[in-house]
Design a protein around this ligand. Sequence first.
Ligand SMILES: Cc1ncc(COP(=O)(O)O)c(C=O)c1O
Length: 409
Amino acid sequence: MSFSPTKSRAQFPALSSNAIFLDNPGGTQVPQSVIDAVSYYYTHQNANLGGAFRTSRSSESVMSDARQAAADLLDAQPNEIVFGQNMTTLTFNLARSLASRFRPGDEIVVTRLDHDANISPWTTLARDTGATIKHLDFDPTDCTLRLDQLDELIGERTKLVAIGWASNAVGTINPVAEVCAKAKAVGALSFVDAVQYAPHCSISVSDIDCDFLACSAYKFFGPHVGILWGRHSLLEELEAYKVRPAKDSAPDKFETGTLNHEGIAGTTAAINYLAGLASTTGTATSDRRSRLVESFGVMQKYEQDLCNILIKTLRANPAITVYGITDPDRATERVPTVSITVEGHTPRAVAEALGDQDIFVWDGHYYAVDVVDQLGLTGSGGMVRIGLAHYNTEQEVRRLGEAFLRITP
Ligand SMILES: Cc1ncc(COP(=O)(O)O)c(C=O)c1O
């Protein structure tokens, strides 16, 4: 049976209004089970870790359950999961820990397709250590990475390659396994930003053979919590900037201060929600990892079809330019995040006009500053981003198309 969004939508209280939520790349809505888990934590479990009383022990279980859930999500081990404030903070912290490995003349490869959270931590690391940044460009015609530049960019001086798995601006899915393999071949580390991939596709850190990967629960139907995965041996080796009484072992040593326990409880619920999607098609299998893979499989096909309808609807309007991959036969090469410009209207004016019709989209550069710059759109206010999730419907896409006709009659 194929995926239908109806049952899923019903689980999201925020989706019960008439508004159309299309800023999913900015942060998704949360199902009732996540709200309940956060609320349950405050009602029954709220305490600090390591105490000699029931709620403290219960908070410890919240942490270990969440580490197992995140490990299932990423196909990893629980002792490789670091929780933190968000992906950006975790990545800056990791860059600081990695700094002692860098020397002047070392090279770090970043891409021009990435969110700045996968660029600035590395440019500041380079600035502080005398390393050099190298940029992997993208082809503006379909917003795919210039893989032909890789062999020239990655060499014996390369110490780190940082790549996004899916673009938050134009939706391109990058061949991260190929890029990580090239990094490994020269002895460089690889860091994958999976923030925009995680809400749409299943992740296996062992399949792509990266060294670090980060994502954020609030982008995959959970609370505002960041997740960093690192190879356990590497996490153990690296120095964490921490207070003396904090544990010296990984992953705890990287979790500075007291964490957002309630959000972490909600993160487990979000991962369980995702794993449960397979059962809405009546084909659920046993363990959570298998169910997650299965859920993403069914969800992905639905999202790809919906994204094709969205792109077709947008392109039918002559005033609209769509950036990135538009060929329906290449739907598997993108996530359903589509950016556009509208002739005669600034992105802000378009977002406002849609907002007035209860359709929520983002405008600007969404921190993908190099993407907007390379497309020559910095001076004109960037783009308008329409980001679908599995709970969006064809009817909503049709309403969006009609709303555009009111803006560009
Ligand atoms: C691709 C990508 N990477 C990183 C981030 C930063 O994530 P966080 O808000 O968890 O720091 C975002 C946020 O939009 C993103 O889209």
